[in-house]
Design a binder for this molecule. Structure first.
Ligand SMILES: [Zn+2]
Ligand SMILES: [Zn+2]
Length: 350
């Protein structure tokens, strides 16, 4: 089968290869990948800024159709449309595993970094990590379940938005647009900030329910933002850009004892004004990918239309054009870029 493999350092270490189709074990299912999204984490993996065990097929945001079930698997059958959690290998007995916190297990290996992922025609996954896609959700939309679950994890499980809170979203990319909708679904008054390059994105933020959008580079941006909060400062700031300037903006715009939720990965060490955060008693939190609780909630947010991910699907590229796909993602052209390992799926479903 065709698979996009990372075999060595940097972008030169990536190549499209033919590898053996995976063989399904008793407790696994085998999925034909419909398509898989390129995530900021994939870009970090390409540039060796996020740990991976080589060689590995990248890709962890996907939807697919079951083509085979292992003999011990119940509740799933061939033809089911599915998504899954990403922490494929865990020890199953440490204190984190016992609490259902699979991402925190020391033995964890995840799809697309530690074990073969979804930029391939087929993938096998333990059935216990798999979820059926609700009928009213398209396979395209379902690909965004995983990043949406990351937003749920950060904002609802690790952080907290209460109804009426003023919520600042810094960085109007895919994650920012998901964070906006999750914060809004929790009753937040959401304001999205971006730069001059983000004018289209800020327009979409308004369509998706932001109460206001502000170009942070414009004169008096800080004054205008503070005025929106009746000069009290934001209750919650969600950093989605992964840029140190953006972290500092969040800290200065938060009210005292406000909450900073770090969603963006920086890919490097960063500088931020920790002393100011201390003097304001800022609560700093974050989240590491998804757990079962957040994935289940993400599916429900999609099913009952609290979140609309369809405007975030921008580019559909066959796996043969993987270089173009990575370029689109790196240049941040639109929002999500999807890679189609099975090219016929680009036309058969939607
Ligand atoms: Zn991701
Ligand atoms: Zn464990």
């Amino acid at each position: 089968m065709k698979a996009l493999l990372k075999k060595g350092k940097g972008s030169d270490g990536i190549s499209l290869e033919r590898i053996e189709e995976p063989i399904v074990k008793a407790n696994q299912i085998k999925v034909e990948i419909y398509a898989a999204g390129i995530c900021g984490t994939d870009i970090h993996i390409i540039h060796d800024k996020y740990p991976s065990i080589l060689p590995v097929v990248m890709g962890h945001e996907y939807s697919g159709i079951i083509v085979e079930v292992g003999e011990e698997v119940e509740n799933f059958q061939v033809g089911d449309r599915v998504v899954s959690l990403t922490a494929t290998i865990t020890c199953g007995k440490c204190s984190y595993c016992n609490q259902g916190l699979s991402m925190l297990c020391d033995q964890r290996k995840s799809i697309g970094s530690g074990v073969h992922g979804a930029f391939a025609e087929y993938m096998v996954v333990p059935a216990k990590l798999v979820y059926k896609i609700p009928e009213n959700i398209t396979l395209d939309e379902a690909i965004l379940t995983e990043p949406l679950a990351c937003a749920v994890r950060c904002i609802m499980e690790r952080g907290c938005v209460n109804a009426g809170d003023f919520v600042l979203i810094s960085g109007p990319g895919t994650i920012g647009m998901l964070a906006l909708q999750v914060a809004k679904a929790n009753g937040g008054n959401v304001v999205v900030v971006g730069t001059s390059e983000d004018s289209d994105r800020l327009g979409l933020a308004l369509e998706l329910g932001a109460m206001a959008v502000v170009n942070i580079e414009e004169e008096n941006a800080e004054k205008r933002l503070m005025a929106i909060t009746q000069n009290k400062g934001f209750d919650v700031a969600i950093e989605c850009a992964g840029v140190s300037l953006s972290v500092n903006n969040c800290i200065s715009l938060l009210r005292k004892q406000g909450m900073l939720i770090q969603m963006g990965l920086f890919g490097d060490e960063i500088k931020f004004d920790s002393d100011l955060a201390i003097m304001k008693e800022i609560n700093l939190t974050n989240g590491f990918a998804t757990e079962p609780t957040s994935l289940e909630r993400a599916l429900r947010l999609l099913e009952f239309r609290h979140v609309d991910v369809s405007p975030l699907i921008s580019n559909k590229v066959p796996i043969e054009d993987w270089k173009k796909a990575i370029h689109l993602a790196e240049q941040k052209v639109g929002y999500k870029t999807l890679i189609f390992p099975n090219v016929q799926n680009m036309f058969f479903y939607s």
